[in-house]
Design a protein around this ligand. Structure first.
Ligand code: IMP
Length: 183
């Protein structure tokens, strides 16, 4: 088994990465390292800068990811500021910003960066298209899950069992895409 460290403060992500990468021979360990996120327009820029910081700490063989919710009627906000927007506005604040808006389309995006010795760095992004529903629904998940429904779905992410969410979510897709590239 080749060891790779996932840099995250979210243990839910660890489970998802493990399920996808262990069958490929990767032992995914948890590295709870605090990395500063720069202000940038895209998740890719944030991830690439985080990878630079981690490398400067002499950490080898690691994976890092960043995600966000991009709402079309808000010109992509909260996007790279999603964790800040969740802490300050919350789901209710986001719904308020969309009051009266005709267009409620949105997407979750996830960017994953993977640095393994002897391989070129991998930086990839995946998205899950959907919409912001009219009110908060569901008890599961985290973050903006109660207000987001994927395209063609009536249930919000917070109303879906975790394995169903992971099968279609931005992060689930990005992890599968990373597994494909590592194969
Ligand atoms: P991070 O990738 O954990 O840094 O995610 C940043 C922020 O994006 C979170 O604090 C949430 O606000 C939002 N977010 C990312 N992924 C999800 C998800 O799957 N469900 C709900 N909110 C998410």
């Amino acid at each position: 088994m080749r060891k790779v460290q996932l840099i995250t403060s979210n243990l839910g992500k660890l489970k998802e990465f493990r399920a996808a990468l262990e069958p490929l021979g990767y032992d995914v360990a948890h590295l709870p390292l605090e990395v500063e996120e720069i202000q940038a327009d895209t998740l890719e820029e944030v991830v690439v800068d985080c990878m630079r910081q981690v490398r400067a700490l002499k950490v080898k063989d690691f994976i890092i990811d960043d995600s966000g919710l991009f709402v079309d009627a808000l010109k992509g906000f909260p996007g790279v500021y999603s964790s800040y927007a969740l802490r300050t506005l919350g789901c209710e604040g986001l719904l308020k910003l969309l009051e009266g808006a005709d267009k409620r389309t949105a997407r979750f995006e996830c960017c994953v960066g993977c640095s393994l010795e002897g391989r070129e760095d991998i930086v990839l992004s995946e998205a899950c298209e959907g919409r912001i529903v009219q009110g908060m629904r569901g008890q599961g998940g985290f973050g903006f899950d109660p207000v987001f429904a994927a395209k063609g779905e009536e249930r919000t992410f917070a109303e879906m069992p975790l394995d169903e969410k992971n099968a279609i979510s931005h992060r689930g897709k990005a992890i599968k895409s990373l597994a494909r590239q590592l194969r």
